[in-house]
Design a protein around this ligand. Sequence first.
Ligand code: CA
Length: 463
Amino acid sequence: MNILFIMSDDHAAHAMSCYGSRINRTPHLDRIAEGGMRFDNCFCTNSICTPSRATILTGTYNHVNGCTTLSSALDNRLLTFPKLLQAAGWQTAVVGKWHLGHGPANDPAGFDFWRVLPGQGNYHDPEMIDAQGRRRWPGYATDLITDMSLDWLRARDPSRPFCLLCHHKAPHRRWEPDARHAALYEDTDIPEPPTFDDDYATRSEAAREAQMRIDRDLTPQDLKLPLPPGLSPAAEKRWKYQRYIKDYLRCVASIDDNVGRLLDYLDAEGLAQDTLVIYTSDQGFFLGDHGWFDKRFMYEESLRMPFILRYPREVRPGSVCRDMVLNVDFAPLFLDLAGLPKPAAFQGESFRPLLRGERPAGWQQSMYYRYWMHRDTSHNVYAHYGVRTLRHKLIYYYNDACGQPGATDRPRPPEWELFDLEKDPCELRNVYDDPAYAGVVRELKAELDRLQRQVGDTPFTPR
Ligand code: CA
């Protein structure tokens, strides 16, 4: 049993045609979903790069693995699923974006081969770090990461199983496409999302103060072209959205092509039957939704991870799972499928039965989320935690840095939000103060308390 884990950076599910995208097509990603299973309720436990990556590798929440913010690094002595696979005889590799720190204490561990981008890395002619040191590679990051992944696969020992983590930098900000896709969408307008002109009425100060607005917070470097003169504010916002979303989707198109190359290799080598192929992203992203780019919030577009897998041995082609799975559950799933026991340190649960369409008794109906990086200087999103059930979402903006690295010590009074996802799937109406929801608020606060105890996190206590 082999694992090919492909993860991009900031690729939202609503920019994949297998998830019903209104704005682009992703035929090669769709091959994975068509040949396997699409997960419609896969969520991250902290919607930001470093923390989600740490959770995926270690099977633990961020208060346990120490990677609470972008200013954290992963202690490479921690137990990870690649280490366990390697110890059990798998050939292991990671290529591409790491973003978990560098140096003896943070470089990738548990990999026979690793070659990673420093920090965020560059799209064009990127430097990469491996066991031999640091050098520049001519080419486009998405192509190079795929080339290096294929080179490693070709050179592996075919008599032993493999686990390859192929981590794309794209489509992370600043959304720099390659020449091949630079003219894609040139003559078309990409539709705006229904919440494009959200005015944040009824919502928290956190939503109003976030610095991720299409109309205000995209930089000249993000936009890359000079603003045409004479536009009204509304027309300027629409122009900026087109600039942003087209470059984003061009970067996605390159990922899609390159995923196709990896799938073709598996087919040509007769490996497809025995290889678990995953495509996911470290979190979701706002694609103009609520007037925003970026992530961080517990709102749906940012919380939801695309997660599709193909594993012909156990998964019926074209199936869909609506049960809740979390990034903390990935590592336990991989170990389960590899026939290895889950270590006590891992907090997630294997969802292998869901792959066969069976829901285990007592399977999670709610999830715990925490964003720690209070009011970081670039995006100003306030710290919050909350609970999402299949129907509702309760968010507590505790609005305090709590001494976390990269968070700033600018506290604000706490606030609550409650959304009824059935009646208000776009999360435009905060009903926390609506008396009709008093019972729901009570239940969800109790559930939040239960989840915090279960995962071992502590509630915020005002100073
Ligand atoms: Ca990310």
